[in-house]
Design a protein around this ligand. Sequence first.
Ligand code: FE2
Length: 268
Amino acid sequence: MLFAQITDLHVCLPGTLLAGRSDTAGFLDSAVARLNGLRPRPQFVLVTGDLVEGGSKAEYRHLRERLAPLQMPAFLRARQSRWPRGVPGELRGPRILGSRPVLRAIRGRTRRPAAAGARHPCPGKPSGALCAERLGWLTERLAEDRETPTVVAMHHPPIAVGMPLMDPSCLLDGAGRFRELIAAAPNVERIPAGHLHRPVTVRYAGTVLDVMPGVAHQVSYDPEGGAPLCLVFEPRMLQLHRLIPGAGLVSHKLYVDAFDGPYPFGGG
Ligand SMILES: [Fe+2]
C-alpha cells in the first residue's frame, strides 16, 4: 500500500488570503497537481487536519471544489479500522486509525467535520482534546489487533516539542491516556500529525511522532518564543508512506513545488 499525507490546508473563502498573504486555496491547487502527477500514484491521500481556516460552510464548499480535481480518494482525518486493501502479495497493513470521529471521502459527500480541527493561529482555545468516547474507541481498535502495522493519524501533536508559541496548543486533554494506549501497542508504526506547520520528528511512547509541514504557509522557527507567531513561506511538503518488507513503514517527504534539476551526476 502506498498512500500520501498532506496537512494544514487552511482553505479560506474564495478570493481571500489568510493573514492577507497566504493564498491557501492556490497552494492547495498546486498540492493537488503534485499528487496527481506522482508515479506510482498513491492509493489515497490522508489529510491530517486544519482543512479550512474559519470553519464556515462556505469554506468547506470551497475546500470541496479545490479538492475535486484530485484523482484519488482523500480521507480527512480518518477514523476506521477497515481500510482499503493493498494489492495481493503486499504486506498486510498498515491499519490507519485517527483521533477524531471523522471519515469523509471527498468525492460527492464532503461535509463539514463534526469535530473540526482547531484553527491556527486562533484566539480562544486552539489545543487538541481526546474525550472519553474517542479514547474508548481508540482503546478498542488498538486492542483488537496487536500485530498489523498500524498508523494513528492525528492533527495535534500529543506532546510539547520545544516550540513555546505552539506547544500550548498541542493535545492537552486526554494526552496522558493517549500516551498509555500507544505505549501498550507496539504495532503502532507511526503517528503522522500536523498543526505545527514545521517538520518535527520525535520518539513517542515507543513509536515515532512525525509532524509534517503544511501545504500552504509554515510557521517561523522560534525555539525561544521571543517573537510574535509568524507565518513564513518556507517549502511546502507532502509525505508518502509505504510498507517495505524488512524496513516497515517507510515515509518519504517530498516538496510540493518544483526546483531546479534534476541533472545527472555525470554531467552533460
Ligand atoms: Fe494549521
